[in-house]
Design a protein around this ligand. Sequence first.
Ligand code: ZN
Length: 171
Amino acid sequence: MAVREVVCLPEEVLRKKARKISEFNAGFQTLADDMVETMRLAPGVGLAAPQVDVSQRLIVVEYGEEEDEEAPKKLYVVANPEIVYFSEEQVMGIEGCLSIPGFAGEVLRAKEVVVKGQNRKGKPIKIKARDWLARIFQHEIDHLDGVLYIDRSEKVWKMEEEPDSPIPIDC
Ligand code: ZN
């Protein structure tokens, strides 16, 4: 495994629609492993392939439901993820992005989503997510379409201005 460099705005790859993954070959497995390692080192709770300069539809998410940092976290590696259900109920939350260092912003997101995609072997998977996990999936899947949280936020600020801000999404 290797840590990859995270690209930041204004890199064009962050604004492109990423390609569908059709082969679950060795190169794909290496990319998935590298993304997990890169996310953990950052540290972050999610990462999308365009953030490591690969325009492909792959995301990794690692998040523990518990407040307790020692509690086990669940790792999701999802190829070709698609949100097939958004709850009508929306919640405001504060997000940041590894590709937009030093900034955070308020974003309104669906409280619950259902994500369909494929696992590392290419098998279909379905994930029901709510609250913060749902937010992470929405943020990461947006990356695959070249959409960033700042596009959805009406209030973005420099982190230094509000040092007590909650920990943002993939920073
Ligand atoms: Zn991001």
